[in-house]
Every structure is written in structure tokens, then in C-alpha cells.
Design a protein around this ligand. Structure first.
Ligand code: XIL
Length: 473
């Protein structure tokens, strides 16, 4: 898609709901204090703008022990099987979203976000798809992506568009999809971008955690090629199954940062670890926290008894729902990067600066239908002055062009990114014709109260949800 004209106000960032209603005192009342440590995985991860998720099985949603833990601890949900091709299109042309929607509704009713998993995969295909090949399979893949993504359009944080397409040696897996032509993966991604331009598009695989492994290099080369040719891709999911004989490699962080350096987000999407090794769980969590574009961690199930590999007891809760030692090791690592300067009072102001977000941390992006996506990633500026984000009287921020900030020459803190700019530069926030927007001056960061100086925070499109708790100073 061509970059929009800088003079055309194609996108408005609407700060939703109760912006003006919140008082500075109200903000102070919910601030964490210096000794605070978050007591759930989701809240602890959110301190650095990340999420902590789990896989949910629709068949267990009637189990209150299960749902109590899931709703309390996690803030990102993946359907373990219910959004896969065999579930969503059991007969050609007949889509079924009943189980997927059960999970989607359960999650979103509790304020949890949802990752879509997965659209194109050699496994868990419906029988009719397994028997196809060539151009009819290619068309069926395209139709499937379009059908499923239309149903969830605008609702999900990410889609695993393609799953597990590589062999261990870094060559392409010979599946019926591969048999339709080597370009099947990029066709899947291009189809997906057109179907829902607002959702992040991920490639997802296992055994790509070790940087020196052939499969890791194979996937890396594909992502690099896609980025260089403009094939739409936003993220790489590393399944991180340290079960079935795998374990945490010492170079895991290098792998994450190497993928991220290509201009994609990374996420750990299906974590489980044989016998829930505390050192491996702590290590994988720390590796993610050390990489700014590692946006979150998802464990592949709630309790050991829920795991697809339950005999290895690989999860953070035992079969009785008790927290295991690995749970504490993960929580401690997440909390160790919590607010670094949380006792500094919010800056006082004249009502023209956005002081920050509390638990919500999303920005309403109405009609978000551009390629550049809806996740907004900014850095905390910890009260530094001259940020000068100014709201219109109707609480609107108007951005001209794509959803990017020009971070070049920013003096305070770190770069600001609103993903994805697709490599475009000079994404200025401009003054509009009413003079109501000043954009960002010296800092180019947004003070998000309660996060540490220089920490990356993530703002999400909230699809019109209120109570996102931005406040004016
Ligand atoms: C697994 C589920 O956990 C099982 O319930 C199902 O029988 C098979 O699939 N990689 C993936 C996941 O991307 O979708 C798989 O989930 C585990 C491996």
C-alpha cells in the first residue's frame, strides 16, 4: 500500500472515554509504590508493556478451577485447537466458529486479548483439505484465510498465519501446501494482510530457539527475504517447546534479538519445559525481557494436567492448580524489571499533556484499517518535560500519514515507534489546521505513568473500549 499523503488526516487516534474525567489524584491513588511487586503473571509482564498468556481449551471452560487461574494470571489467550483449520472449516465452504468464539468471548469478556492460531498448517487440516493439491489447494488456502480472518476481523492481537513450514535442516517441509509452490507462504501473508490489515501477522514455529540451528537459520532467511521484498509480516512466534527432548539454548536471547533486528516483533508462543525447570523458565523469561521487541510470553496450557505433554509436567501450575516453583521463578524475573522509579509523582501540568495510562494502555484507533497495524509502541519518558502531546477539545490526537513517529534526533529516552512504518521515514506528527496538535518535540516519547524510565510500553487499539485511563496533566 502506498504511503498516505502527509496532508491527509487518514488516521485519528482517539483517546477514549474518561480522559477528562480522571483527576490527577485519581491517578496517584492507583500508582504502584516502590516496593510493589505484581502478584500475577499478566500484571507483572504488563509492567514492561508485555503480556503473559496461555492456551485455552474450550472444553475446559466449564471447569472453574481452570478458569479461575486462567482469568487471574494471564492477559493473552490462544485457542489451543479451536481456531485451527479442521475446527473452523470442517467442510469446504462451511465455516464453524462456535468453539473459537467461545474462547474469544470468554477472554474478551474478561478484558484479555486473543492471539489467532493458526491459518495455514500441514497439520490439523480438515479431511477435505488434506485430499487437495495444486491450484485447488492453493485456492482453498486463500479462501480459508479470507473466511476465518473475515470473522475475526479487527478483533485479534495477532494471527499465526503460517505454522511450522520448515524442516529441522532449514529447508521447507514437504507438505501438501509446499506442493502448491514455494511462494505459498508469502501468498498466505499477502492474503492475510488484505483480509484484516489491523492484525499483526506472525510466522510461528518450534525448534527455532537455537541461533546456530539449521531450522532457525532457514526461518530467519525467509523473514529477511520477506522484509527485503515487502512481503507483509509483523512478527515471529517461537513456540519454545522445551519438551520432547529440547531445552533452553544459551543463545536464545541472540536468536530473539536477531529476528527483531529484521524489523519484526518476536513472541514466545507455546512455552512448556520438561519438569518445569526453574532455571529454564527464568532464563527464557529473562531473554524475552532483555529484547525490546519481545512483546510477550504464552505458556501452552494452564495446569500440568491440561498440557498436551502432561507426562512431562511442563507448566506453571500442578494438576491441583497450585503454583509450582517455576511459577515463582517466572514471576520474580518479570517483577525484577518492574517500575524502576515509581515513586516520582506525576508531573503537574496545565491540562495539555497526557500523563499516562494505567491498566488499560490502549488507544482507540477507530476504523483501523491500514496496513500499518494498530499496536502502538512507545517509550516511557518518566516525567521528562516538553513532551507536548496536546489534545483537541474533543480529546483527539490527529496524525497525518501512517502510524509512525519520526524518532530521528529524539533527545529524551529512546525511540518511539508506532508499528509498523514499513521502513518509512519522516513520519511526523503534525500540527493540524486548527493548531490543536503540537506533536512531540524534544522527547518523542509518551509519559506512561507507572512504568520505569526508558522502558518500552505498548499501547493497543482498544476497539472503542472506554476506561483506558489516560489522564491530563
Ligand atoms: C497441539 C495441541 O496442544 C493438542 O491439543 C493437539 O492435539 C495438537 O496440537 N505446535 C502448535 C500447536 O503450533 O498448535 C500444537 O498444539 C503443539 C505444537
Amino acid at each position: 500500500m502506498a504511503a498516505p499523503s502527509p496532508r491527509s488526516p487518514r488516521l485519528r487516534l482517539l483517546l477514549s472515554g474518561a480522559v477528562a474525567a480522571l483527576t490527577a489524584a485519581g491517578v496517584i491513588a492507583v500508582m504502584p509504590n516502590a516496593s510493589a511487586a505484581e502478584s500475577t503473571l499478566g500484571a507483572a509482564a504488563a509492567q514492561s508493556g508485555r503480556y503473559f498468556g496461555t492456551a485455552i481449551a474450550a472444553s475446559r471452560l466449564g471447569n472453574s478451577a481452570y478458569t479461575t487461574i486462567a482469568a487471574r494470571e494471564f492477559n493473552m489467550i490462544t485457542a489451543e485447537n479451536e481456531m485451527k483449520p479442521d475446527a473452523t472449516q470442517p467442510n469446504r465452504g462451511q465455516f464453524n466458529f462456535s468453539s473459537g468464539d467461545q474462547i474469544y468471548n470468554w477472554a474478551t469478556q474478561r478484558g484479555l486479548k486473543v492471539r489467532g492460531h493458526t491459518l495455514a498448517w500441514h497439520a490439523q487440516q480438515p479431511g477435505w483439505m488434506q485430499s487437495l493439491s495444486g491450484s485447488s489447494l492453493r485456492q482453498a488456502m486463500i479462501d480459508h484465510i479470507n473466511g476465518v480472518m473475515a470473522h475475526y476481523k479487527g478483533k485479534l492481537a495477532a494471527w499465526d498465519v503460517v505454522n511450522e513450514a520448515f524442516n529441522e535442516d532449514g529447508s521447507r517441509r514437504s507438505s501438501n501446501l509446499q506442493g502448491t509452490g514455494n511462494d505459498w507462504i508469502e501468498v498466505a501473508f499477502r492474503t492475510a494482510r488484505n483480509a484484516d490489515p489491523s492484525v499483526k501477522l506472525c510466522y510461528n514455529d518450534y525448534n527455532i530457539e537455537n541461533w546456530s540451528y539449521g531450522k532457525t537459520q532457514g526461518v530467519y532467511n525467509m523473514i529477511r527475504d520477506f522484509k527485503s521484498r515487502g512481503v507483509p509480516i509483523d512478527c515471529v512466534g517461537l513456540q519454545t517447546h522445551f519438551t520432547g527432548g529440547s531445552s533452553l539454548p544459551g543463545n536464545f536471547q541472540s536468536t530473539l534479538s536477531s529476528f527483531a533486528a529484521l524489523g519484526v516483533d518476536v513472541a514466545l508462543t507455546e512455552v512448556d519445559v520438561t519438569n518445569a525447570s526453574t532455571s529454564q523458565y527464568a532464563g527464557l523469561t529473562q531473554a524475552c525481557l532483555n529484547v525490546p521487541r519481545c512483546i510477550g510470553i504464552t505458556v501452552w496450557g494452564v495446569r500440568d494436567s491440561d498440557s498436551w505433554r502432561s507426562s512431562e509436567s511442563p507448566l506453571l501450575f500442578d494438576g491441583n492448580g497450585n503454583k509450582k516453583a517455576a511459577y515463582s521463578s517466572v514471576l520474580n524475573v518479570l517483577n525484577s524489571t518492574g517500575p524502576t522509579n515509581p515513586t516520582t509523582p506525576p508531573p503537574s501540568g496545565n491540562g495539555t499533556r497526557i500523563l499516562g495510562a494505567q491498566s488499560g494502555r490502549c488507544v482507540d484507533v477507530p476504523g483501523s484499517s491500514q496496513n500499518n497495524g494498530t499496536r502502538v509502541q512507545l517509550y516511557d519518558c518518566n516525567g521528562q518535560s516538553n513532551q507536548q502531546w496536546t489534545l483537541t477539545s474533543s480529546k483527539q490526537l490527529t496524525v497525518y500519514g501512517s502510524r509512525c513517529l519520526d524518532a530521528a534526533g529524539s533527545g529524551n529516552g529512546s525511540a518511539v515507534q508506532i508499528y509498523s512504518c514499513n521502513g518509512q521515514t519522516n513520519q511526523q506528527w503534525n500540527v493540524n489546521s486548527n493548531g490543536t496538535i503540537t506533536g512531540v518535540q524534544s522527547g518523542r516519547c509518551l509519559d506512561v505513568w507507572g512504568t520505569g524510565n526508558g522502558q518500552q510500553v505498548q499501547l493497543y487499539d482498544c476497539n472503542g473500549q472506554a476506561n483506558q485511563r489516560f489522564s491530563l496533566g
